[in-house]
Design a protein around this ligand. Structure first.
Ligand SMILES: [Zn+2]
Ligand SMILES: [Zn+2]
Length: 311
């Protein structure tokens, strides 16, 4: 993120900070000052996360999302508003924990490099493929671990509020859930040399991918690509298809489920099967978590028996 920070220093921060009170100027007039870098990175990440959330999600909602899905029996009342609110609520903390990695990059602790010629084109291409493979594996196992009963209730359950998701569910997580699933992307550039520009572009593309698996637009039915159809199965049945880009790790981990069974035979839309489906879901929930949590509109039962108002 150093290239983006340098760009924003030139275009915004250098002039913005001249308006600060005189006692802060010694700190904020030096672009290499760590306190100034930390503050600038926070502003950058906080604004940036709103942009990479709202722009792709809104475009996807307008042009790709099948509005018929809003009539699905499992689509919640005011769901989009709830998805957006959960996302926006998570951004202050998500930005804070994320910039710890960005701060290390700016201070020179990562292996990011600027010029392709530093390592050559063959390595550049290899590093991109390796980045995809590494993060695909990392996200799978972190996501799967988040479904462990010790993690699921407090960390990941919020994202499973959405049985039929919209593009606005792409960031609708507990802040630490979104953060944990992003760790492989950050760790990679501390372990392996990676081009700074590729890294910056990757962040935008990853977010577009995350929107795409929540938008219900089934652009491919390729069995090896973890498409929106696969991720819809995850949201509906929750212990299948934990993957991010590909279905490889679901196949290896024994959690792969082809979405066609559910979508092609129209079970997805058949209200008559809702009860049966719910019973099956509950059976799986008992197997995985040892208990079933019943949700009612406006209220939810939390583990331990405490009843709390739904956010
Ligand atoms: Zn999801
Ligand atoms: Zn999940």
């Amino acid at each position: 993120m150093d290239i983006l920070l340098n760009y924003l220093d030139d275009k915004a921060f250098n002039s913005l900070y001249t308006h600060l009170p005189a006692q802060l100027l010694p700190t904020f007039s030096d672009p290499t000052n760590p306190i100034r870098q930390f503050v600038s990175l926070y502003i950058m990440a906080f604004i940036g996360v709103h942009l990479v959330y709202f722009i792709p999600s809104t475009l996807s909602y307008i042009f790709l999302f099948d509005k018929e899905l809003e009539k699905h029996p499992k689509f919640l009342k005011n769901q989009i508003r709830k998805e957006i609110w959960l996302s926006v609520k998570s951004f202050p903390l998500l930005s804070l924990v994320t910039i710890l990695w960005f701060f290390g990059e700016v201070r020179g602790y990562s292996k990011l490099y600027h010029n392709v010629s530093d390592y050559g084109w063959p390595y550049f291409i290899f590093s991109i493929l390796f980045f995809i493979a590494f993060t695909d594996c990392g996200v799978y196992w972190i996501h799967r671990f988040e479904h462990h009963p010790s993690m699921y209730w407090w960390l990941h359950k919020q994202h499973h509020t959405w049985k039929v998701s919209t593009p606005f569910a792409s960031f609708a997580f507990h802040p630490l859930d979104g953060y944990f699933q992003s760790i492989p992307y950050h760790v990679f550039v501390y372990l392996f040399p990676f081009n700074s520009w590729a890294y910056l572009i990757a962040f935008v593309l990853i977010q577009m991918w995350t929107v795409s698996i929540h938008d219900g637009a089934y652009f491919t039915s390729h069995p090896w690509i973890n498409s929106s159809a696969h991720h819809s199965v995850h949201h509906l049945e929750f212990n299948y298809n934990y993957g991010q880009y590909f279905t490889l790790w679901d196949r290896i981990g024994g959690s792969y489920r082809r979405p066609t069974e559910m979508f092609e035979n129209d079970m997805f839309w058949d209200r008559g099967t809702q009860k049966k489906e719910r019973e099956e879901e509950e059976k799986v929930e008992v197997e995985v978590n040892g208990k079933v949590v019943h949700e009612k509109e406006g209220m939810k039962l939390r583990k331990g028996g405490a009843v709390a108002k739904a956010e």
